[in-house]
Write a protein that binds this ligand. Structure first.
Ligand SMILES: [Zn+2]
Length: 424
């Protein structure tokens, strides 16, 4: 009997509680300003936690629902602690902006612009990989660079070269391309249109002509190429080519958002001034210093127009030309321009999200080496691709890939067959 009464009492209390809950709909549906405020407050606290844990997507969703809850109080119950709501809303919106910025910044680093200034010794080679997946190669170093260059391109994930820009027809810029053209599919070759007279140039042009599907285009001042959000503007030469091969070098500016890179080949003072004279905005974040730091380029007037933050010099260690010259290094230093050099830093890799960049130094060139079997140790080792031969036991002989090798009993026999001694 006593138990039954207790049960009834409990039942009564439960029914009454349920009634109270049903009659005050705001209590669970969150409609009352107190509950809306509490809900919003908790959302912000959880969002803050996700924010500090760098789960920005989760933080964004929670800040957004907190903004809706707090905004609801402002419109539905304008009299309810308006100052408190204003302060909380402002704070919440500040965090929302910060979170949205971080999400878009993280997204921009997912597919950055990559510019590899590849260490090819005394020569130029720049690989550009744009966020939309376009591959551009500017120059390809000297003729014997191809083993390392091909290796590097493959390691960087290059399967096809969309644009191959040959700045000008000198061997330290197109030499390595003879083999690259045979090993990689190339869509379009951009050139200045100037010619050279050397045997290697003939072989390079024969290779170009043998590739029927390759488009061959002249790069002319004013031409623009777009690769998604990246733009390439040709600033030099015009159709009236200068006599000097160096001054025919293509000068081109690549822009991605707030960042830009100026490529100059081996352009000398006249070409630099002609480009300025065309009225282009020369200002660039990074300058590829022309002509390996020769004193006949990177004129002070040009440098002040470009006003780069950083500079890159392609130069071989202990080269015979005295590059880079103290004059150019002094001009760069005076301008407070941070300068990278391939002889000291190896390959220089710029990674940019269009607002800022970071630089990585993946190391100096390491050329693949191949064994020489004992019966061939004493012979001259020649390379069919480069038409260069090496003396027995010379370190560089090991760099000739087995498929490209041909052995001669003596150096004289190699020369009789049209091969030349390796020159530096
Ligand atoms: Zn050069």
């Amino acid at each position: 009997m006593r138990l039954q009464r207790i049960n009834k009492l409990l039942l009564f209390i439960l029914v009454s509680l349920l009634g109270v809950l049903i009659l005050s709909p705001g209590a669970f549906s969150g409609d009352s300003p107190e509950e809306l405020y509490r809900g919003g407050y908790l959302q912000i606290k959880q969002a803050d936690k996700s924010f500090y844990e760098k789960d920005y997507e989760e933080a964004l969703a929670k800040y957004e629902s907190a903004e809706i809850a707090l905004g609801g109080i402002k419109t539905e119950y304008p009299e309810w602690s308006p100052e408190l709501i204003e302060v909380r809303l402002n704070k919440c919106r500040e965090r929302l902006d910060e979170t949205r910025n971080l999400i878009s910044e993280n997204k921009s680093w997912e597919h950055p612009l990559k510019i590899h200034f590849i260490d090819v010794g005394q020569g130029d080679s720049t690989l550009i990989q744009t966020p939309d997946g376009t591959t551009i190669l500017i120059d390809g170093g000297k003729i014997w660079c191809y083993t390392f260059l091909g290796d590097y391109l493959r390691r960087a994930g290059v399967e096809k070269i969309d644009y191959l820009m040959v700045s000008h027809p000198h061997g330290d810029h197109y030499g390595g391309l003879i083999k690259i053209l045979k090993s990689f599919k190339v869509d379009t070759i951009l050139v200045s249109g100037q010619k050279d007279t050397t045997d290697h140039y003939q072989r390079y042009m024969e290779t170009v002509k043998s590739l029927k599907e390759v488009k061959y285009k002249m790069a002319r001042a004013g031409d623009k190429y777009s690769f998604g959000d990246v733009e390439l503007l040709i600033m030099h030469p015009s159709s009236k080519l200068p006599d000097s091969i160096n001054d025919c070098s293509i000068i081109a500016k690549l822009t991605y958002g707030d960042e830009s890179f100026l490529f100059t080949g081996d352009a000398e003072e006249d070409a630099e001034l002609e480009a300025i004279g065309r009225g282009y905005n020369m200002k660039s974040t990074v300058l590829k210093v022309a002509h390996h730091g020769s004193r006949t380029s990177t004129d002070q007037y040009f440098l002040s127009r470009v006003s780069p933050e950083e500079a890159v010099i392609f130069v071989g260690a202990n080269n015979a030309y005295g590059h880079p010259t103290p004059q150019v290094l002094r001009r760069l230093k005076r301008g407070g321009i941070k300068t990278y050099r391939t002889d000291l830093d190896g390959t220089i890799l710029y990674i940019s999200n269009g607002k800022e960049h970071r630089v990585e130094l993946p190391g100096k060139a390491v050329y693949p080496e191949y064994d020489i079997s004992p019966e061939n140790q004493g012979k001259a080792i020649a390379n069919r691709e480069t038409l260069i031969y090496y003396k027995p036991r010379e370190e560089l002989a090991r760099r000739v890939p087995p498929d490209d090798r041909i052995y001669f009993e003596t150096g004289a026999a190699a020369e009789m067959a049209g091969y030349r001694r390796f020159w530096y």
